[in-house]
Design a binder for this molecule. Structure first.
Ligand SMILES: Nc1ncnc2c1ncn2[C@@H]1O[C@H](COP(=O)(O)OP(=O)(O)OP(=O)(O)O)[C@@H](O)[C@H]1O
Length: 261
């Protein structure tokens, strides 16, 4: 572990009944890196995210983030320590406005106390107004400000995916975990997403770990890639190394995808 390491995972594993869904995973992320996590369906990618975010408690191993051991912490504590995520299936508050989706996400950062909110003291209103202003400015970065009063469920699909990312960033994370952000997107939306990911990484000084099946996206923006198969890491390297790794081609990519990625 160096001074520049943000996340260090050692020997992480989890078992569901007799199934070892993930085992012996060792990985690290340096500050500012954009890293991919790929592999076939059922390889254990989302399960790994669930362990990193406290949704599942690992059966073994150690997760150290920004110098703190995360094992056993509940998801809200993990978020407070600086890790946010998006989900494979969009999980917005569909019946809330776009603005409220972002406000809810950063509510725990708000300065006013619960008591002042309940009693509706003056600082509650000042704080609420400030939050709405901040949230609107924030939405502008994502090209979502014009939709701010729409219900989340009425946004076009690609915009809902953008809102998920905006909402995750409203919690001001250091590490962003993106679970198949391009799922269901058309090629144009995917291109815009790639630009957005590159942009937010710089703008918010983020480290990003990304699960994705779109190899064009992964190979196009990730500096390093980890490959999971049957719960175990089978390769790690830069996109060129991964593309030409025989184990990865056999387990996941296949010859055709490699040629087109
Ligand atoms: N809560 C659970 N209980 C039992 N088995 C589970 C649970 N969560 C995940 N699994 C199993 O763990 C394995 C890994 O699943 P996971 O969803 O992590 O795969 P994945 O790599 O994300 O796949 P995909 O690319 O299809 O999303 C699968 O066999 C899955 O059925």
């Amino acid at each position: 572990m160096t001074n520049n390491t943000l996340l260090q995972v050692e020997n992480m594993g989890i078992q569901f009944g007799g199934l070892k869904a993930v085992q012996g995973v060792n990985l690290y992320l340096n500050n500012g890196e954009l890293v991919g996590l790929i592999g076939p369906n059922g390889a254990g990618k989302t399960t790994s995210f669930n362990m990193l975010t406290g949704v599942y408690k690992p059966s073994e191993g150690k997760i150290v983030f920004a110098g703190q051991t995360l094992n056993g912490k509940p998801p809200y504590k993990v978020t407070q320590s600086g890790i946010s995520r998006t989900f494979q299936n969009i999980r917005l508050f569909k019946d809330l406005s776009v603005l409220d989706n972002v406000k809810v996400a950063n509510h725990w950062l708000a300065k006013h106390s619960i008591l002042s909110s309940i009693l509706r003291l003056p600082n509650h209103f000042t704080s609420e107004a400030k939050m709405a202003e901040d949230a609107t400015a924030f939405l502008k970065i994502f090209g979502l400000d014009r939709y701010k009063n729409e219900l989340a469920k009425n946004l076009p699909y690609g915009m809902q995916r953008r809102l998920e990312i905006a909402r995750a960033l409203a919690a001001k994370p250091k590490l962003l975990l993106l679970d198949e952000p391009a799922a269901g997107m058309n090629p144009q939306e995917t291109r815009e997403l790639m630009e957005l990911i590159a942009f937010i990484r710089k703008e918010f000084d983020l480290t990003i770990l990304l699960i994705e099946h779109d190899m064009h996206l992964v190979m196009g923006i990730c500096e390093r890639i980890y490959v999971l198969d049957h719960g175990q890491l089978i390769a790690e390297g830069n996109p060129n190394e991964i593309r030409s790794n025989p184990k990865v081609i056999e387990a996941y990519l296949g010859e055709e995808v490699v040629e087109n990625a």
